[in-house]
Design a binder for this molecule. Structure first.
Ligand SMILES: C[S@@+](CC[C@H](N)C(=O)[O-])C[C@H]1O[C@@H](n2cnc3c(N)ncnc32)[C@H](O)[C@@H]1O
Length: 354
């Protein structure tokens, strides 16, 4: 018995439902949504997918250096708030807090923002010493954000926002919907999405199409307007708007470490995700006053910002299993065709120019 499948069937009996609404239901239904369950999806055996954080602390250690550089650039303020929306288990915050030291560690306060109950429960454990020392805190998604100086960072937040696939059929836009017969492409009025897609290409070809995340402007506006000055950094998978359009970006389902396009199956019991349109994310951030926007592959970002020679020498002194896991972490995030080449890092700056 899957209560969301039952609900979906009764909704579909009344008419087609856009794929983005199915994704919203599957992930965020208040009781049965995948990200509203008591059990978390992250990890290896018996879980659905892993993130860069399951591979080790390298992402957090490199991020800690970027945050410290931002703190320096801001003139070493006595308080530097680092807000993480979509913080999941709080492992990235934990890895950052473990990596910092000296005066920056006294200024840094990490804020975990994610209403996912499984995430919250795991974060209470991962962040326990930092919560007790008032170096970490929780914020509910419904709580208005007070303006702050510091940074906003996220890992795989934007790919978890409900998104709608659109296709150009040669004459008109069609959108993917679920009907009582199954998934179909039906003519629809794309509004702002159509204008955005058309602006990303010299000419639309049949089967061109991309995904459109309706909630993106609101979330970017909410986050960016709370950041008075500092760094915005997002790690996610996705591509430029032009490339997404040419490849015909779609929704994906992750279950037990395999991936397919069956976004309408096992609702609430499988992850649903979409590529991030990095061109649109950067354009929205620019519109909210962020400057110096840059995007690079995660592997390049790590090679650029982490002092790997120095860290490598330190890892060599660790006991064998620890040394091996650090090396594997490095390879996964820096070798071609591994996670580091599938993910991108977007950075932007708010405040005085460099
Ligand atoms: C793919 S998971 C990533 C979790 C974590 N960052 C990691 O890398 O393991 C996406 C998370 O984003 C959360 N989320 C989705 N929309 C959000 C929003 N508007 N504000 C805060 N969290 C959100 C979900 O509850 C989910 O826990």
């Amino acid at each position: 018995m899957n209560p969301l499948n039952d609900l979906l069937q009764s909704l579909v009996a009344e008419g087609p439902i856009p794929a983005a609404e199915v994704m919203a239901l599957g992930l965020y239904h208040p009781e049965h949504g995948y990200y509203r369950r008591k059990e978390g999806p992250w990890g290896f055996d018996g879980k659905d997918y892993y993130t860069a954080l399951d591979l080790g602390p390298l992402l957090g250690q490199t991020l800690a250096l970027r945050l410290e550089a931002a703190w320096e650039r801001l003139g070493r303020p006595p308080r530097f708030t680092a807000l993480e929306p979509g913080a999941g288990r709080g492992w990235l915050g934990r890895d950052v807090l473990n990596a910092v030291s000296g005066p920056f560690s006294e200024a840094l306060v990490y804020v975990h923002r994610d209403d996912n109950p499984a995430a919250r429960q795991a974060a209470e454990i991962a962040l326990a010493p930092f919560l007790a020392a008032n170096r970490a805190q929780f914020a509910a998604e419904s709580e208005p954000l007070e303006p702050f100086t510091g940074a906003i960072f996220s890992n795989e937040l934007f790919d978890a926002l409900p998104a709608q696939p659109w296709r150009w059929d040669g004459q008109r836009w069609t959108r993917e919907v679920l009907t009582s017969r199954g998934p179909e492409w039906q003519a629809g009025e794309p509004g702002a999405a159509g204008a955005w897609f058309a602006a990303q290409t010299d000419g639309l070809e049949p089967q061109d199409g991309s995904i459109w995340c309706e909630a993106l402007p609101g979330l970017v506006q909410e986050l960016a307007s709370a950041l008075e000055a500092g760094l915005f950094l997002a790690v996610d998978y996705g591509e430029s708007a032009g490339r997404l359009l040419a490849k015909g970006a779609d929704l994906r389902r992750f279950k037990a470490h395999s991936v397919d396009g069956k976004w309408h199956d096992d609702l609430g019991e499988a992850d649903l995700t979409a590529d991030v349109d990095f061109t649109r994310l950067a354009t929205l951030l620019e519109g909210e006053g962020l400057a110096e926007l840059s995007q690079v592959e995660l592997s390049k970002w790590i090679r650029t910002h982490a002092p790997l020679n120095q860290w490598g020498a330190q890892w060599m002194a660790l006991p064998d299993p620890e040394r091996r896991s650090r090396t594997e972490n490095l390879l996964q995030l820096t070798l071609p065709n591994m996670m580091g080449s599938r993910f991108r890092v977007l950075e932007g700056w708010k405040g005085k120019k460099a």
